[in-house]
Structure formats: structure tokens, C-alpha cells
Unconditional design. Structure first.
Length: 297
């Protein structure tokens, strides 16, 4: 059995996978601090009747040193160089533990259980507050030799004269396709703040202004995807994240835009496992550990 722990910004999810099924699954609100998260994991362990766990995978937002299992930085928890794998190892002694960024874990989940099961080379993109990325090349996660993530696509420059990004640069991809951008465009169009979901509901009801918002999102989404596809000769892009409520509208326009921006025959796929992608990915990380970066599975 393999334990996946998905520490999200809102909820913590736990899943024990046996073969290809989650036989135990639970969740709780995410505590305020990582030390409190560790305490909760200790309490959760006490309720396990079968403790025959062979490996543990941890998924959470932030930047990691994958070689040491340390959380280099997390804005959500306000910590730097937090030894998350070492802390969990004290709760589960002598069990292999590895960590992944949540976007990469979701990409791993899609690789084994979602839209990427039959695809060798793809990018998984999580659309929400920002845009997270995970590259799967020859069915392995792309990681640098230094142990750092490859896939910080949110800050790829799309227009050097574009809107200022929170990172300090101008025209980052995130500024054109994030949930915040949908609300900004809605305020311009309708004169008031609307959430992405409210904007989508208007578009679904036939509102032309709302539909135009998602056409623009699809255009800039295609610009970034085309860059990635043309560089890496990707076969597919798999889309996940909270901003995909408008998937049928966005994808319709996205496919049209991509035809003019890349020569590759790129497939556009919506996540098949939704908000459980990171948890599924964490259970696979639990099984393969650092071998997910190599050719050993």
C-alpha cells in the first residue's frame, strides 16, 4: 500500500492506494502552520488499522529541493527551508518519503490515471490563481540536475509591454490567463466585479461580452501553449484547475487558435481526475520515489 498526502492551500487530503484503487481516502481543512500539519498527520496515523505502508508521497504548493525533500520556500505557510520529508519520516520511521510540487504531482496523476495514460510527451497546466506546469517527457517528470522543478510557466513573457505581474516583470503569461484576469476583463466589460464562475455563467447563458472574455483567455492561452509545444514537440496539453468551469467555451476557441500557432498536431485534453489529480500523483510518487525522474519504471 502507498500513502499520498496532498497538502493544499485549503484542504489536506490523504489517500492510500492499493494496486490502482484508493482504498482509504479522507480530507480536512489545512492547518495554519506546517508544524500543525505534522501534528495532524500523527493523529491521522493513529486511526490506521493497517500500517503496512511501503512508501509515502507528499504533494504541496511551493519550491522544493527534490534531492533532500526540503521545502525551499512556501508563501502559503511563510516558511523557507522547511524539512518536510524529514518531519514526516519521524511520524513514519523507515518508510521512503519523497515530495513534489502540487502541479507536478497533478501531472503525475494524469500520467498514470488520467488523460496522459497513453501519451509519452505532454504538458499539464493547472489554471487558477496562477498557472502551474508540469512537463512529462518520455513518460517521466522533467526535473533539473540541481533538484529544482522545471515548469514555472506562469512567468514566461508573452508581451513585454503587457500588464505588470506580481513578480515585477511585465507581460507574464499568468497576467493574461489567470482567474484574476477573467475578473479584470469582466469589470471592464460589465462595470462591476464578477468571479470567473459568474462570468462563465453569463457566457453560458449567451452573453456576447462574457463570451468575448473567454475568447481572449483562449487566445493568450494558445500563445503560451504554442511556445511550449514548438520548443519540446509535445503531443498534448492536459488542462486542470479551478478556472476550467468554462472549459467547453475555452477549449473550443483554444483548438482553433493553436492551429495557426504550431505545426504540431496537438491534442487538448481536460483533466479526467479533477481535483484528485495531485493526490493520485502523490500515491505514485510514494511507489516510485525519485525514480520518477529517471528511466527506472
Amino acid at each position: 500500500m502507498y500513502l499520498g498526502i496532498d497538502i493544499g492551500g485549503t484542504n489536506c487530503k490523504f489517500g492510500i492506494r492499493k494496486d490502482n484503487q484508493l482504498i482509504i481516502e479522507s480530507s480536512c481543512p489545512t492547518p495554519e502552520t506546517l508544524e500543525e500539519v505534522i501534528v495532524f498527520i500523527e493523529e491521522w496515523k493513529k486511526n490506521l488499522t493497517d500500517k503496512n505502508i511501503k512508501g509515502i508521497g507528499i504533494s504541496m504548493p511551493g519550491n522544493f529541493d527534490y534531492k533532500t525533500g526540503a521545502l525551499v520556500e512556501s508563501k502559503r505557510f511563510g516558511v523557507k527551508n522547511f524539512p518536510i520529508a524529514e518531519k514526516v519520516e519521524k511520524v513514519f520511521p523507515r518508510i521512503p518519503i519523497s515530495v513534489l510540487n502540487d502541479g507536478q504531482s497533478a501531472g503525475l496523476g494524469e500520467l498514470f490515471f488520467g488523460g496522459g495514460k497513453e501519451i509519452a510527451n505532454f504538458v499539464f497546466l493547472s489554471l487558477g490563481t496562477s498557472i502551474g506546469g508540469c512537463f512529462i517527457i518520455d513518460r517521466h517528470i522533467l526535473i533539473s540536475r540541481s533538484g529544482k522543478a522545471i515548469g514555472r510557466v506562469a512567468h514566461m513573457i508573452i508581451d513585454p509591454n503587457g500588464p505588470k505581474c506580481r513578480c515585477g516583470n511585465k507581460g507574464c503569461w499568468e497576467t493574461f490567463v489567470s482567474a484574476a484576469r477573467i475578473s479584470q476583463l469582466a469589470k471592464t466589460m460589465f462595470g462591476k466585479y464578477l468571479t470567473p464562475l459568474e462570468t462563465y455563467q453569463k457566457a453560458k447563458a449567451g452573453d456576447k461580452k462574457a463570451k468575448e472574455i473567454f475568447r481572449e483567455i483562449a487566445y493568450y492561452l494558445a500563445c503560451g501553449i504554442a511556445n511550449l509545444v514548438n520548443i519540446l514537440s509535445l503531443e498534448a496539453v492536459i488542462l486542470g484547475g479551478g478556472s476550467l468551469n468554462a472549459r467547453e467555451i475555452v477549449i473550443q476557441h483554444l483548438k482553433k487558435e493553436l492551429k495557426g500557432k504550431t505545426r504540431e498536431n496537438i491534442s487538448v485534453i481536460c483533466s479526467q481526475i479533477g481535483d484528485k489529480a495531485s493526490l493520485w500523483g502523490a500515491t505514485m510518487l510514494a511507489e516510485y520515489q525519485k525514480n520518477i525522474y529517471s528511466n527506472e519504471y
